[in-house]
Write a protein of this length. Structure first.
Length: 254
């Protein structure tokens, strides 16, 4: 029963994220083939979402489309979290200036999660997906998130990450993590090269603490060679965007 419930919940999210990527009406066959669902299970899931008012069904075209109920469901989150934090304009500005993939990341337990991604318009680009998870201790976004925490918190998170990692070769020594954290705290950013995926680099910076004490990181992702070539201009663009679109951290503390 528990496994069935978990699978059902995951499929609801996967279906909604698939609609978000396609941004058009979709048929049962296309959804099931793309998400690798049995047709019977997919049909039952879509019918349930329709009966709950989250999807509408066009009998003529035999396609489904999210209703306005989906559009307003999480609006309060954006209003509360990003009232003063113009995250989406910041990401749009960065993509226009750098032409790289722009990632907004935050912590999810012992992992970094890409909560929003704007893909690069260039043919050779980093194709990260929203919702992707990366190890805190072995990713650019994760290490920048760790740098915002106390040394004691980092110690605990490294221990938990290593305990959770079945592959001993992927476990990371606390000393190695703290060396990277020290560099991040000193220079204000981290440039990871081939750290999680061969050939891919990420330039990540911490953002001011958001409402509800949430911590976010903004990052550029792309081929290592291109990021290295444009490192100086990319850093300038990131710092200017943060200053232009986000409130002064000192003002938030008053």
């Amino acid at each position: 029963m528990a496994n069935s419930t978990i699978k059902s919940a995951r499929r609801v999210i996967e279906i909604m994220e698939f609609f978000d990527r396609k941004r058009r009406a979709l048929g049962l066959k296309e959804i099931c083939e793309a998400l690798d669902y049995p047709v019977s299970s997919g049909a039952a899931m879509l019918k349930s979402l329709m009966l709950l008012g989250y999807l509408e069904y066009d009998r003529v075209t035999r396609t489904y489309l999210p209703t306005m109920r989906i559009a307003v469901l999480g609006r309060w989150v954006a209003d509360q979290l990003f009232n003063e934090f113009k995250m989406l304009p910041l990401m749009d500005d960065l993509r226009e200036r750098t032409r790289e993939t722009i990632i907004l990341g935050t912590q999810s337990e012992i992992r970094a999660q890409y909560v929003h991604v704007l893909r690069s318009p260039q043919p050779l680009s980093y194709s990260a997906e929203p919702g992707s998870l990366r190890p805190l201790t072995r990713s650019g976004v994760g290490l920048v998130l760790l740098s915002t925490k106390s040394d004691a918190e980092i110690d605990t998170l490294v221990y938990r990450s290593n305990y959770d990692e079945a592959n001993r070769a992927r476990r990371v020594a606390l000393k190695e993590v703290m060396e990277k954290v020290t560099v991040i705290r000193k220079q204000g950013y981290f440039f990871s090269r081939h750290l999680y995926t061969e050939g891919v680099g990420v330039i990540a910076m911490p953002l001011p603490v958001a409402p509800y004490n949430r911590t976010f990181v903004i990052a550029l992702g792309g081929p290592v060679r291109r990021l290295e070539k444009n490192l100086s201009s990319n850093l300038v663009a990131m710092r200017r965007a943060i200053k232009a679109f986000l409130p002064d951290p000192s003002a938030l503390r008053r």
